[in-house]
Design a protein around this ligand. Structure first.
Ligand code: AR6
Length: 177
């Protein structure tokens, strides 16, 4: 049975099997958590992203790819691409759920049993945090329910106290805790 944990912090300091990055389709890096991961992990991560871009064009929204974790204290970085939020009617919810699900499947398929997620799409991509937290926590709980032996732990690493409080509220509501 896997456990879900919610913590506040900088995801680049997490010691887990897989750190998930909120990337863009071209895998070219950027600001936010993407910039922090490449800065802390060093150039090997971008070199691996370059190879993925050259061989298969990058990563479409709602999907995920895996690279080395470079100097991070993890075995891999899973780069997923969440949707840019427009009005909520452009398929954003399905794409965000898919980003989480594909990341969890990639971890499972590669024997990565502890996974740390940031709050995907809620920074530069503008997804309202309450709605995004609902999808994030809901998708992870559903995966753990369907596949109880696939992973040991999923950890959400929230960058602010406010974001952590939102995720905690959603978790209590969805899990009945
Ligand atoms: N650890 C944990 N969370 C963080 C960290 C960190 N070190 N730094 C920022 N966050 P964002 P997006 C939080 O913008 O919305 C990039 O340029 C941040 O406070 O990183 O999916 C990519 O290249 C927010 O809550 O990702 C893409 O172009 C959350 O991480 C685009 O931004 C996500 O914010 C992706 O936008």
């Amino acid at each position: 049975m896997a456990i879900l944990r919610l913590v506040r912090g900088d995801i680049t300091g997490e010691k887990v099997d897989a750190i998930v990055n909120a990337a863009n389709q071209a895998l070219v890096g950027g600001g936010g958590v993407d910039g922090a991961i490449h800065r802390a992990g060093g150039p090997d991560i971008m070199a691996a992203c370059d190879r993925i871009r050259d061989s298969r064009g990058g990563c479409v929204t709602g999907s995920a790819v895996m690279t080395t974790a470079g100097k991070l204290d993890a075995r891999a970085v899973i780069h997923t691409v969440g949707p840019r939020y427009r009005d909520g009617d452009a398929g954003e919810a399905e794409l965000l759920a898919s980003a989480y699900r594909r990341s969890l499947e990639l971890a499972r398929d590669n024997g990565l049993r502890t996974v740390a997620f940031p709050s995907i799409s809620t920074g530069v991509y503008g997804y309202p945090i309450e709605e995004a937290a609902d999808i994030a926590v809901g998708t992870v709980l559903e995966f753990m329910d369907m596949e109880p032996d696939a992973l040991d732990e999923v950890r959400f690493v929230l960058f602010s106290d406010d974001d952590l409080a939102v995720y905690q509220g959603v978790y209590e509501r969805l899990s009945g805790a």
